[in-house]
Write a protein that binds this ligand. Structure first.
Ligand SMILES: Nc1ncnc2c1ncn2[C@@H]1O[C@H](COP(=O)(O)OP(=O)(O)OP(=O)(O)O)[C@@H](O)[C@H]1O
Ligand SMILES: [Mg+2]
Length: 342
């Protein structure tokens, strides 16, 4: 059962390009449809500028779409035809913005208290809610600090606490872990996921970081130029790209497009739009069916990534670091799995 239903949403901005007519508008989101189940954590993954933040702003009510509708739990938040547009402050949506947006002149406590005042919590209710949420984000004891006395990760946690403290029915996170180092990201990703599951709060998490998306998502929605290119479980998306954009955008892939001369190791691409082979689906072995020459190699910690030349094609191969080949070595390989895009 879907709890958030977005139908046919189109959002545009006034065109700011000097060459265009001042009255024209630039479409950012087009005929966008998305259903989200209660308690689900959806990741919207897409390149910079594809409209991810714009989508969140439209859901939260900060900007008004051109057409379409947004329903939450059978309540209409926006419907162009019915002329309904619930103001942002009445939507009960928690929002963590792309930048932390904590007030620098307020303490941690005062920052978190702010939305509670807007939601008319009493002083006592606020105190208990703040204590509870600081416990959940592991920031008890930081009440009196100012934002510039906190590390990046601590600020992110306070921003998260502030968005969760009044128990919103929907949580929107816009690149909440941007600007953090890799280790901190990994620990905060699992913390956010735990908190989200513990509170059972339906969440839309926006990022352009694939690793983050694959680690945290129940379901990933790949977006490009304001449209959904594919949606599915992280594994489903990784294993089966519906189209070339997704095949090229998600992870590393060897891609052979129709029209290219077809390599002997992949006859299938002649009859389809494209064929893809993941680097880990190629095996270097002594008696492989095909031969290649090592052009380049990169150590990636737990594995080695080779770029090899075969029949004039460059192939990326992910191989174990037990046997190391050198540039110029001849190897043989076989294809374990490939995927065709119709
Ligand atoms: N207020 C605005 N007025 C006009 N154009 C805007 C406005 N805000 C964003 N845009 C444009 O809309 C497009 C989508 O922007 P948006 O911020 O939604 O992208 P994004 O997917 O969140 O990108 P990023 O990953 O870089 O944050 C961009 O081309 C941007 O320049
Ligand atoms: Mg953005």
């Amino acid at each position: 059962m879907s709890i958030l239903k977005i139908d046919n949403l189109t959002v545009s901005y006034k065109n700011t390009d000097k060459d265009d007519k001042a009255t024209s508008r630039k479409r950012i989101i087009e005929n966008f449809n998305l259903d989200i189940a209660s308690g689900e954590l959806i990741v919207i993954l897409g390149p910079s500028g594809c409209g991810k933040s714009t989508l969140l702003s439209a859901i939260s009510g900060l900007i008004k779409p051109d057409c379409g509708s947004i329903e939450y739990n059978d309540v209409t938040l926006f419907n162009k035809d019915k002329r309904i547009s619930v103001p942002a402050e009445k939507r009960n949506i928690g929002f963590v913005f792309q930048s932390y947006a904590l007030w620098p002149h307020m303490t941690v406590y005062q920052n978190i208290e702010l939305p509670l005042k807007a939601h008319r919590f009493s002083k006592a209710e606020a105190k208990s809610a703040i204590e509870n949420i600081l416990d959940i984000v592991h920031m008890k004891g930081y009440e009196g600090r100012y934002p510039d006395e906190l590390s990046g990760g601590e600020k992110q946690r306070i921003a998260l606490a502030r968005s969760l403290v009044y128990q919103p029915s929907l949580l929107l996170l816009d690149e909440p872990l941007a600007n953090l180092d890799a280790n901190l990201k990994i620990s905060l990703i699992s913390e956010i996921k735990d908190i989200q599951k513990e509170l059972g709060i339906t969440t839309i998490y926006v990022t352009h970081d694939q690793q983050e998306a694959f680690e945290i998502a129940d379901r990933i929605v790949i977006m490009n130029e304001g449209k959904i290119m594919q949606q599915g479980t992280p594994m489903g998306i990784y294993k089966h790209s519906d189209n070339l954009f997704v095949a090229e955008f998600v992870g590393k892939n060897n891609i052979f497009k129709a029209g290219d001369r077809c390599p002997r190791f992949l006859k299938q691409c002649q009859h389809h739009k494209a064929a893809t082979i993941r680097p880990e689906d190629i095996e270097i072995c002594n008696s492989g069916q095909h031969t290649a020459v090592v052009k380049h190699l990169t150590h990636r910690g737990d594995h080695i990534e080779y770029i090899v030349d075969t029949e004039g094609y460059e192939l990326i191969i992910k191989a174990s670091n037990e046997d190391e080949y050198k540039v110029g070595d001849n190897i043989s390989f076989c294809i374990k799995r490939h995927h065709v895009i119709l």
